[in-house]
Design a binder for this molecule. Structure first.
Ligand code: SF4
Length: 324
């Protein structure tokens, strides 16, 4: 993206060329990549992480916190303050989204629906109401992204409604403490990193399984760990959520992050919650799949997926739903 500052006469006064390098990061031409430190306890996969946790006798959040401090070269308070900012931004995005209605900025008529679904939930039975509420939170966050509001890439902006929905549930339904939510966020970040390190979180590379699938997996890990699940159960929740997004293509209508993206966040959030329920109810050691193997399957599926189903807007809903 090239941004230009124009004078009154239309002449360019200043110009800068920006590059999206994926996963929410960007750089601009002529600017060297920011210096980063090395993680104190490096790991590349879930298997390595589990070994590390066992050898160091440290908990999940302690390891990630130590790594963050080393990579960013900051004090623990600064990492915690950043986690709080992320949690607050996600929560605020949902709150604002639940209050908005009407059209979203789009070249075709596309209405917000988060508020309406939230209102409907008040008259529904408990089970239906809760499902509608989780969906409305995810829709609210995602509609905010479509409207250009501040969003958190978790792992991308297309999937920026899934994690906030579960943050909202943790805070307003489960009434978890700030400390528990921070720990959950660290667990989510670890899942996102492992997915990115061994596969991808870009729809253009592996389809929507890498965006909504990974977001759902992160959210499942977050709520599990925040509610006190063990490392094993937290991994299981992430595994279940990702596994049931395998093969999902990226086929946005008109190449815009609207259809099917916004609703997909609602489904990603519901699946995350269900993965949390399954993982915390079953016997983790009896479960067949593990996260590394599911990520491997996502990568293989993504590579084999035809390019027209990877963020091109030239396949699937991208062509069958075109507004002529
Ligand atoms: S369909 Fe594509 S653009 Fe939309 S959320 Fe999924 S990966 Fe992102």
């Amino acid at each position: 993206m090239i941004m230009r500052l124009l004078g009154k006469d239309g002449a360019t006064l200043f110009e800068r060329e920006y590059y999206s390098t994926g996963g929410g990061f960007f750089q601009w031409k002529g600017n060297p990549a920011p210096a980063r430190g090395k993680p104190l306890r490096p790991f590349g996969s879930m298997a390595e992480f589990k070994r590390l946790a066992q050898e160091s006798n440290k908990s999940l959040h302690e390891i990630i916190l130590e790594n963050e401090k080393a990579i960013m070269n900051v004090r623990e308070e600064e990492v915690l303050a950043h986690l709080d900012l992320v949690l607050k931004t996600m929560e605020d995005g949902v709150t604002e989204g639940l209050a908005e209605e009407g059209l979203l900025p789009a070249p075709f008529e596309f209405y917000r629906k988060a508020k309406r679904i939230y209102e409907c939930s008040k008259n529904a039975n408990v089970a239906d109401g809760f499902m509608q509420q989780i969906s409305s939170y995810a829709l609210a966050g995602s509609e905010g992204n479509a409207a250009g509001r501040l969003g958190i890439t978790a792992p991308t902006l297309g999937s920026a409604g899934t994690m906030p929905a579960l943050v909202y549930v943790m805070k307003h339904h489960l009434k978890l403490s700030q400390d528990a939510m921070r720990k959950g966020l660290l667990a989510a970040g670890r899942v996102g990193f492992i997915c990115k390190n061994n596969a991808s979180v870009a729809g253009a590379e592996v389809g929507c399984q890498g965006e909504i699938g990974v977001a759902s997996s992160m959210a499942a890990a977050m709520i599990s760990y925040a509610t006190g699940a063990s490392l094993e159960v937290t991994e299981l929740a992430a595994t279940i959520a990702l596994e049931h997004h395998l093969g999902m293509s990226c086929d946005p209508v008109g190449g815009l992050v609207l259809i099917p993206c916004i609703e997909r966040n609602a489904f990603g959030a519901i699946k995350a919650y269900n993965a949390y329920l399954l993982a915390t109810s079953e016997i983790a050691s009896q479960h067949w799949e593990d996260l590394d193997r599911v990520i491997m399957a996502m990568h293989e599926t993504g590579i084999a997926m035809p390019t027209m189903f990877k963020e091109m807007g030239t396949g699937g809903l991208g062509v069958t739903m075109v507004d002529c």
